[in-house]
Ligand binder design. Sequence first.
Ligand code: PNS
Length: 166
Amino acid sequence: MRRAVYPGTFDPITNGHLDILRHVVGLFDEIIVGVLHNPAKHPLFTVDERVAFARAATQAYANVSVASFSGLLVDFCRVSDVAYIVRGVRSSADLQVELQMAQMNESLYSEVHTLFVPASPKWSFVSSSLVKDVASHGGLVRAFVPDVVNEALVRRFGQNGANAKG
Ligand code: PNS
């Protein structure tokens, strides 16, 4: 069985993340979206909220499940019995960081390999951080995130920005 993990902080999951998933969903029998539980990062959303958003946004895929993990990603790979890590790459800056992480992960656990997936140009400027920044100022982000996330951001921050009617 070909199993992969698509790990991240997903604070929150964006359409960019979903686009990466869409590209790989047919390559594996099962993909686990692994949501990092790391309170030290002070995420905007709790791990339960982030998992719930990811579940709602991926419910159309029968072979995708969502789970949280803490500690090392390679340990999560080991216990989940996955041989591939999927990571999206938006830019050369991303690639530099991702390559280092992939090589570290493979050094820690030689049974796991990282598959880089280039972001579609449509989403390559979208990040969870930017979405949160725009939303926190009342800006409209519904084009960049699944509905469930947009609703949560509007509940959290309101929508008072100049582009709120767009
Ligand atoms: O969405 P992000 O924040 O870019 O995801 C980063 C993530 C969660 C993949 C990375 O921080 C990670 O794997 N953290 C778990 C701890 C770990 O394994 N660190 C060593 C990585 S080489």
